[in-house]
Design a protein around this ligand. Sequence first.
Ligand SMILES: Cc1cc2nc3c(=O)[nH]c(=O)nc-3n(C[C@H](O)[C@H](O)[C@H](O)COP(=O)(O)OP(=O)(O)OC[C@H]3O[C@@H](n4cnc5c(N)ncnc54)[C@H](O)[C@@H]3O)c2cc1C
Length: 385
Amino acid sequence: MAELAISGEYDLAVAGAGVVGLAHAYVAARRGLRVVVIDRDPRANGASIRNFGFITVTGQQRGEIRRMAGRARDVWAEIAPQAGICIEHRGMLLTLRRPESVAVAEAFLATEMGVGCGLMSASELRASHPNIAAPGTLGALTSSHELRVESRTAIPRLAAWLAETMGVAFLTGAAALSVRPPVIETSRGPVRAARAIVCPGDDFASLFPERLAPFGLTHCRLSMLRLAAPGFAWPAGVMSDLGLTRYAGYAELPEAEPLKRRLAAEQAEHLAHGVHLIAVQSADGSLVVGDSHHYGDLPAPFAPARAEALILDEFQRATGLAPPPVIERWTGTYAVASDRTYLIDAPAPDVRLVVVTAGCGASISFGLAETTIAEFYGHPLEAIP
Ligand SMILES: Cc1cc2nc3c(=O)[nH]c(=O)nc-3n(C[C@H](O)[C@H](O)[C@H](O)COP(=O)(O)OP(=O)(O)OC[C@H]3O[C@@H](n4cnc5c(N)ncnc54)[C@H](O)[C@@H]3O)c2cc1C
């Protein structure tokens, strides 16, 4: 990645080189703005490289968030080939094990959110994906909307492409200490930019803590696993019944209530650990599988082994497969608010503070960035459809 000579005058400084910061840099650079991205780490190391890389549209909250996700998916699809980012696979397949889950899927399909989605019967699932049709599965909700990228390589490639092709400058290994355009003080010296957008992920303490405090933010820590290649091509991002009560696009439907009651009775321990299933495949055939959700004001470094066991249990229940050996484990954290999916704040007329406050930053960032930049600089480059 091009390393900035710290001197120079920029139109926009972006603090934070996770997917949220990079998406803002991209949208601003597309407008012809001279952009510099500042990050304290030498390479991306936060939530944006620890996630599934699952660009999820289906199940995102009805309305604005789902529209942002659709827009973000389109931008990912457009720029991935240009940036040399491989789309590992497409689509989503959510296996349904209970009649209450089928009812949620049918209700979902009857809404405008169901466009591009379908319901597969148990026999269709067995015929088309015999490797992941657990005995007793009633069918599957399918979607063509999703994309999957390998975040740990995709995010560095996105940054490199922004530097090489879009003219975005990067100053890495530099903590932003204060953001008062036209001067952004960093641990490697001042940067001059007319405006700034701060995208700090779940660091609520370093920049504008007094602005973030009223949002009541907390942290969510997730456990993630990589399983050895199962020996066959994974059809899509695979999810399970538990996802129907986590993702607002399903969970906010009235038809989800009976399912929530049944899951509370049958899988209380999974719910207590915030376990649901996403299983996606990497180019080498291995599977990235998760996850659990533990909340707190300070993410503890101690990930419970029980959560891992419950993730693997859900994997087996949903797919019928004995989980292949675990070959890698990691945790990640993201910001959470109880009442919103993102926040855009204006600590000063020439500064915006942007935080995704739910586990969907990879899925909405480009759409969110278009919203921020449209408000900050005027009408949108491309309207969100
Ligand atoms: C395990 C896991 C799985 C997930 N799965 C998915 C998924 O499949 N799909 C999906 O859509 N979302 C997923 N998410 C959520 C998604 O990853 C996050 O919403 C998103 O990555 C947040 O991006 P960000 O840029 O805000 O944060 P980060 O990626 O954490 O980046 C913030 C950056 O800001 C920098 N920074 C902070 N303060 C300063 C400062 N003062 N000076 C300089 N730099 C600073 C940090 O160094 C960091 O690089 C998942 C999250 C996790 C943890």
